[in-house]
Design a protein around this ligand. Structure first.
Ligand SMILES: [Zn+2]
Length: 77
């Protein structure tokens, strides 16, 4: 079992949240999340934020905001 690094896992978060992740990449991410509390927390936070943003703004999340969120997530510990 190779597993993902946290950086690799984070690169898949948005695809995961969009349910665009399937097959092996999805399995790898879920396997990582089971072992990694830090990423698990970040994903929970992203999911809440994503739900909040979608609720407030509808499906149209401004590209600028999305970019900012992605950048915030990319600068991990
Ligand atoms: Zn991790």
């Amino acid at each position: 079992m190779s597993g993902l690094s946290c950086a690799q896992a984070m690169q898949r978060f948005f695809a995961y949240l969009d349910r665009a992740l399937t097959g092996e990449p999805l399995e790898e991410l879920e396997a990582h999340l089971e072992q990694c509390l830090a990423c698990c927390d970040k994903l929970a936070f992203s999911r809440d934020l994503d739900a909040f943003v979608r609720q407030r703004l509808g499906a149209a999340v401004p590209a600028e905001l999305e970019t900012r969120i992605r950048r915030a997530l990319a600068t991990g510990p």
